[in-house]
Design a protein around this ligand. Structure first.
Ligand SMILES: [Zn+2]
Length: 176
């Protein structure tokens, strides 16, 4: 059966001239940028033509560097829960009372950073106690990562959703 053209497939990752991810756009908008000579295609979808002999782009790069103000996403409960989709990273359940868990417990030198904090339900948090996930035999469902700078949080989440495998090589901190 031929692959269906899903809306998510029509998303295009836009890179700055420096190859840093900037945002996600539609292929229509991406095509306009290319026709105007403002962007070049780096990756395209082999299975979909937007016109004869023209494949749909999936990654484009701007020819001119765009200056983006530096914006760090602050490490707080709300943002950690959002990154983890409000799911306990141990049991995978939502709609439970959520808490913040340090993967390597703070009492054992675990730091307050994006790579060491995750969303956990109270039950799992208590069960894990003062142990690492390995010691507690409670594997993490996803590897905690620092959301990218200079992009909206939603864009970062989309990139990390793993729907676009061909984006991975352009994204630092990619978790497949
Ligand atoms: Zn849990």
């Amino acid at each position: 059966m031929p692959l269906k053209w899903h809306a998510c497939m029509s998303q295009v990752l836009v890179l700055n001239a420096s190859y840093e991810p900037l945002n996600i756009t539609s292929w229509r908008r991406a095509t306009v940028l290319m026709l105007k000579g403002k962007a070049e295609t780096l990756e395209e979808d082999e299975n979909h033509n937007i016109r004869q002999h023209v494949k749909a782009p999936t990654v484009i790069r701007l020819r001119q560097f765009i200056r983006v103000p530096y914006r760090d996403i602050s490490l707080n409960r709300k943002n950690i829960f959002q990154r983890d989709n409000n799911l306990c990273q141990y049991c995978g359940q939502k709609n439970k009372k959520l808490s913040i868990d340090h993967v390597l417990p703070r009492s054992r030198g675990g730091k307050d950073n994006w790579e060491n904090v995750i969303t956990a339900c109270l039950q799992c948090n208590v069960m894990k106690g003062n142990r690492t996930p390995e010691e507690a035999n409670m594997p993490l469902r996803t590897k905690p990562y620092k959301p990218l700078n200079n992009m909206s949080f939603e864009t970062t989440k989309q990139i990390h959703s793993g729907r676009h495998k061909e984006w991975s090589k352009y994204v630092i901190g990619w978790v497949a």
